[in-house]
Design a protein around this ligand. Structure first.
Ligand code: 5GP
Ligand code: ZN
Length: 104
């Protein structure tokens, strides 16, 4: 599958990884829109929120929970979580990802 984020997961494309486990990967956005800008992605290829199945409910909960854990570890004093959905929703990469943005 020709998916940039799957290639990042498989280490075919390099990235600045800040967290990895069996289900998720988090790395720095290549074009940060804030002093801290991480992308947190499931290793399972899900195209977007619009493509979630019933079976993905748990995974999406874990994705949000991981964002909280990373924010704690990085001592972030407030942050924003964004998910863009579809071209008209600003989604460019068709592999579900959670943006974590913070000023510190
Ligand atoms: P979207 O607009 O799809 O929600 O966000 C895609 C994000 O991926 C953008 O913020 C963009 O800067 C980031 N991005 C695109 N290509 C790469 C890449 O090759 N490496 C990394 N680390 N981030 C990327
Ligand atoms: Zn993918």
């Amino acid at each position: 599958m020709d998916c940039l984020f799957c290639k990042i997961i498989n280490k075919e494309v390099s990235s600045d990884i800040i967290y990895e486990d069996d289900k998720f990967l988090a790395f720095k956005d290549i074009n940060p829109k804030a002093p801290i800008h991480f992308l947190i992605i499931p290793k399972k290829h899900i195209t977007s929120i619009n493509h979630l199945q019933e079976e993905d409910k748990m995974l999406i909960g874990e994705l949000i929970f991981l964002a909280k854990k990373i924010a704690e570890e990085k001592n972030l004093d407030g942050y924003q979580l964004h998910i863009n959905v579809g071209r008209n929703g600003g989604q460019i990469i068709d592999h579900l990802h959670l943006h974590l943005l913070a000023n510190k």
